[in-house]
Design a binder for this molecule. Structure first.
Ligand code: ZN
Length: 67
């Protein structure tokens, strides 16, 4: 069982680097749909390209979420 614990990353570290997508039109987190090979993402709900992405921490901080 020792090798199982050795390969696990700390929960805090995993959460801080999680990438999320935020639609500025829907004003909520969405599943970003990648367009082509560029770093452009489309919202699956309203189909606009008003989607910002970043780490969960930075997005929530920037858009004042989770307070
Ligand atoms: Zn949207």
């Amino acid at each position: 069982m020792a090798e199982a614990t050795a390969t696990q990353a700390p929960p805090d570290q995993q959460a801080s680097v999680r990438i999320v997508f935020y639609c500025k039109d829907c004003e909520k987190l969405v599943d970003g749909v990648k367009i082509g090979r560029k770093y452009v993402y489309k919202c699956p709900i309203c189909h606009t390209k008003s989607v910002a992405f970043g780490t969960e921490k930075s997005i929530k901080s920037f858009y004042h979420m989770g307070e």
